[in-house]
Design a protein around this ligand. Sequence first.
Ligand code: FES
Ligand code: FES
Length: 155
Amino acid sequence: MSTRDITVTVNGAAHRHAVEPRLLLSDFLRGTLGLTGTHVGCEHGVCGACTVLLDGDSMRACLMFAVQADGCRVETVESLGRIDQLNPLQQSFHEHHALQCGFCTPGMLMTATDLLKKYPLATDDEIREGLSGNLCRCTGYAHIVAAIRAVKDQP
Ligand code: FES
Ligand code: FES
């Protein structure tokens, strides 16, 4: 199988790899780079678990090939904070009980990061609409919305 050299800046570090053209970005992040914080659920663009930021915009990593990210900047959930140093959004998820099994959480956090950066989120309905592409089978969403609201309303 022929490969193609790509260079992708992931969480601030440049990575150059030879990849097969059919390798998904999600598999590149998880398998090649070992960044398993990006979860893979449906692999069909439905669940949002694989959401990352591509050049600052939220994107489903399972719907892109790694070669399409050549020359791009990718941020994964690992860019947000560490277990001993959560960023404000992660801390808010923790405080508002916004996760149970945690499978959807990386995608929720990356989508919310994008939403908080770009939109006024004046109402909870706006937050819910922004999260409509991310599925959670545990929480009922209310605590996730509350966690994002709390960050938005921080002085
Ligand atoms: S794994 Fe990508 S949207 Fe579900
Ligand atoms: S916390 Fe389990 S799927 Fe969302």
